[in-house]
Design a protein around this ligand. Structure first.
Ligand code: AMP
Length: 401
């Protein structure tokens, strides 16, 4: 079975074509600047083939997806004889609200429900839907599946998802904590169980997803009990450009003092805060880590604040779970930053965590591993995430039934 996975953003389309027999990647790539001048599309055969980049006029998502299909079926360089070989398409959909606690086959009803969730994710759900509708037009007979970033966290109990504001906002507007990165937390939790050689149902895990956006999840017996992102992906950890948890009164104070509009404040919290805001240098941890710790005071401070917040959530989630078998690090920073991992896990021996500094140092660039000493009661694992594979697997299961 061949499954195409699409992740349609506001001006980009990420794609990966899987052959599910061996779970191999046949081709993958990214269309960028969709709807803007200077759009490009790239194509790579297999998981690590050489990247070919093409300039293309990609006026909208439908044209972008058509171009992807052209590349996949190109007689000389493509990987498909014809589009008939695509058995199903799986989509990453950012927000499913509290309507979806699992991935689903896309029907008109599902599309309507995704539309209703636009209010929660105005930047993400509309392009996600555009991708679904474009495939419908190009391949009307192919089944499509929606895999939500939020659905894994639907197992959170009300005490974890209700905000301390008047209950009316939840009842009337479904304002509550939802959580994101669910596909990634789910994948690494499953993989951690395999690495530990125990059923997921017997494990308490804390998964730390640190990419451009970042979140931590407390997972008991495979179910998300709590997670650091909330109603939107702004809550929780200090991220590249997002503030994470702050005193909500500050928002009012800053808006008043600087006479900021709602959208200016939104911009400040989402795009100019976090590691970038503190360091005044970069949002990319690679820049802050180069020559660390011989960096500017603000750059070092940014790294310390970033790491301290992660440590705090790990401690909190150990309390939520009443223990922990393993902490799992994943995504760009989690997989590649021995520095952040060592700052966070320093002095956590009381919690049963003893990092093996040598193993920590060499575990990066796609490597999977346990970076603790043999006597560490709580294991610390590094596991490269694979959200696309989860989407492909869910899609295969749903269309096969
Ligand atoms: P992702 O969203 O998972 O692709 O992660 C992107 C982020 O990972 C970037 O913003 C970087 O800050 C971070 N990253 C990638 N490689 C490294 C590295 N070698 N060391 C530290 N951070 C990295």
């Amino acid at each position: 079975m061949k499954i195409l996975v699409l992740n349609c953003g506001s001006s980009s389309i990420k794609y990966q074509l899987f052959d599910m027999k061996e779970k191999t990647v046949l081709a993958k790539g990214l269309a960028q600047r969709v709807g803007l001048a200077g759009s490009t599309i790239d194509f790579r055969k297999g998981d690590d083939g050489k990247k070919a980049v093409f300039e293309a006029e990609i006026l909208d998502h439908k044209i972008g997806i058509q171009k992807i299909f052209e590349l996949l079926t190109n007689k000389e360089t493509g990987v498909l004889g014809s589009l008939n070989e695509v058995d199903a398409v799986g989509h990453r959909i950012v927000h499913g609200g509290d309507k979806f606690s699992a991935s689903v086959l896309i029907t008109q009803e599902v599309k309507d429900a995704i539309k209703e969730c636009i209010v929660f994710a105005p930047l993400h759900n509309p392009p996600n839907l555009k991708g679904v509708e474009a495939v419908e037009e190009i391949l009307p007979n192919v089944k499509q599946v929606a895999v939500f970033d939020t659905s894994f966290h639907q197992t959170m109990k009300p005490e974890a998802y209700i905000y301390g504001i008047p209950y009316m906002f939840y009842e009337k507007h479904r304002i509550r904590r939802y959580g994101f990165h669910g596909t990634s937390h789910r994948y690494v939790a499953g993989r951690a169980a395999e690495m530990l050689g125990k059923p997921l149902e017997e494990l308490k895990l804390i998964t730390v997803h640190l990419g451009n956006g970042a979140s931590v999840a407390a997972i008991d017996k495979g179910k998300s009990m709590d997670t650091s992102m909330g109603h939107t992906p702004l809550e929780g950890l200090v991220m590249g450009t997002r503030c994470g948890d702050i005193d909500p009164a500050l928002i009012l104070h800053i808006m008043k003092e600087y006479e900021l509009t709602v959208s200016e404040m939104d911009n400040l919290l989402n795009k100019h805060s976090g590691v970038l805001g503190i360091s005044q240098e970069s949002s990319d941890l690679r820049d802050l880590e180069e020559d660390w710790p011989n960096k500017s005071e603000k750059a070092n401070l940014a790294l310390d604040v970033y790491s301290h917040r992660i440590k705090k959530y790990i401690g909190a989630y150990m309390a939520v779970l009443n223990g922990c078998d393993a902490v799992v690090w994943t995504a760009g920073v989690g997989e590649n930053s021995p520095i952040v991992r060592s700052i966070v896990h320093k002095n956590m021996d009381w919690f049963g965590i003893k990092l093996d500094l040598e193993k920590n140092e060499v575990t990066w660039r796609g490597a999977e591993g346990d970076i603790t000493t043999p006597d560490s009661k709580v294991k610390v694992l590094v596991i490269p995430t694979n959200e696309e594979l989860v989407i492909a697997q869910d899609t295969m299961e749903i269309v096969s039934n």
